[in-house]
Design a protein around this ligand. Structure first.
Ligand SMILES: Cc1ncc(COP(=O)(O)O)c(C=O)c1O
Length: 378
């Protein structure tokens, strides 16, 4: 089994990297930790799949082969214990466009879109783009983890949203929702006739491999619901896109599929062959990645806990730390930017006095980030 070296620093400048070639930095030296991709080279088998396409040389239109459909079905069954039918699958180039289409189709100007905050920003931007009411409720800390304020959730449902955007594991904050939470979400959404759209892109980034990822769609196959899965986040192929929507309810699936016509391009051969290689051969790489991320998580957590006025609830999944700061740090994101560290401002996720820091990088870069934070006087 190949041993991967996640300590290796790979120069990504001048690769059209959204992270490293941000025009905002101009010539300034910057350590970028904003958008959610990782600083690590992907698994060898993924590179081999890409090399094979390059050597073949033809880049025409592609179809999603049955072999890929079967691989996705197998992963959802084996990793998340959900037995799905092949015909429930709808393949798309990305989850965000998929959620946008679904919100356009299933919400309206009277019955809007519900989501927890803080949350991955497209969740609250999509209703705004579509001119649909945005209804939110807060996440709260309970027993050392982020979870829902279920009273606030029910109150929000009373405003009659048509769809609820569920992020599991949650970004930011890293919550892996447990069965009791899932049951409560399902029961309240049923009570208020609200369709669940579930984004499970971070499912394979659980920092405690013994924890279970529970698919909310498994318990509601008779009802309209959409659950999105992708390999792109956990296996660091975000730039290629590709995802599968599982839609058990036939009328919902047919309406969704029809809505994709003309809006969604076909998947590229690159993304199809890379997803196939990932499903078949990605487990060795992932099994080495997770302990590395957990180690970085623990380094960062220890560091944050030692800084007066900074705090962080340990993550259960993802590599996106959600760090709170008090007023002694001033405008922390801006001050960090001035000192050469780019993190995302909490407000982007509708969280005030937080930063989101992406720690999926070689340990040396994380240590450099900690040094920059520690160097700020406050
Ligand atoms: C929760 C969540 N969903 C979706 C995405 C992006 O998915 P896609 O690139 O397939 O649109 C991200 C990216 O960070 C994410 O965190």
């Amino acid at each position: 089994m190949k041993k991967y070296d996640f300590d290796r620093v790979i120069d990504r400048r001048n690769t059209s990297s959204y992270k490293w070639d941000n025009p905002m930095y101009a010539d300034k030296k910057m350590l970028p930790m904003p958008v959610a991709d990782m600083e690590f080279a992907v698994a060898d088998e993924i590179l081999e799949a890409l090399d094979k396409i390059t050597h073949h040389g033809v880049l025409g239109y592609s179809i999603v082969p049955d072999s890929l459909r079967l691989l996705a079905q197998k992963r959802i069954s084996e990793e998340y214990q959900w037995e799905t039918d092949l015909e429930w699958q709808v393949w798309l180039p990305g989850i965000v466009p998929g959620i946008t289409l679904a919100c356009d189709l299933f919400s309206n100007e009277d019955r809007g879109v519900l989501t927890a905050i803080p949350v991955y920003h497209p969740f609250h931007l999509i209703p705004t783009w579509l001119n649909r009411p945005l209804i939110t409720f807060p996440m709260v800390e309970k027993a050392g983890r982020w979870t829902y304020d279920f009273e606030a959730f029910e109150k929000a449902l009373q405003q009659k949203p048509a769809v609820f955007l569920f992020c599991n594991p949650h970004n930011p904050g890293g919550t892996v929702f447990n069965q009791a939470e899932i049951d409560q979400i399902v029961s309240l959404c049923q009570q208020y006739d609200c369709m669940i759209i579930s984004d499970e892109i971070h499912a394979d980034l659980r920092l405690y491999p013994q924890s279970n990822h529970i698919c909310i769609g498994r318990d509601i196959v008779e009802l309209p619901s959409i659950s999105f899965f992708a390999t792109s986040k956990a296996f660091n192929t975000a730039g290629l896109g590709g995802c599968v929507a599982i839609i058990p309810h036939q009328a919902t699936r047919e309406a969704f599929l029809k809505k994709t016509f003309g809006y969604m391009p076909m998947l590229s051969r690159h993304s199809i062959d890379v997803m196939s290689a990932t499903y078949q051969h990605g487990s060795n790489w992932l099994s080495q990645l997770i302990p590395y991320l957990k180690q970085n998580h623990d380094i960062l957590l220890d560091f944050v806990k030692q800084q007066p006025g900074l705090d962080m609830i340990p993550l259960e999944a993802t590599y996106l730390a959600w760090i709170s700061y008090d007023q002694t740090w001033g405008d922390l994101p801006n001050r960090l930017l001035e000192h050469g560290l780019h993190v995302l401002r909490g407000e982007q996720f509708k969280g005030k006095n937080f930063i989101r820091l992406n720690f999926a990088c070689p340990k040396s870069q994380l240590e450099e980030a900690c040094q920059i934070i520690a160097s700020l006087t406050h």
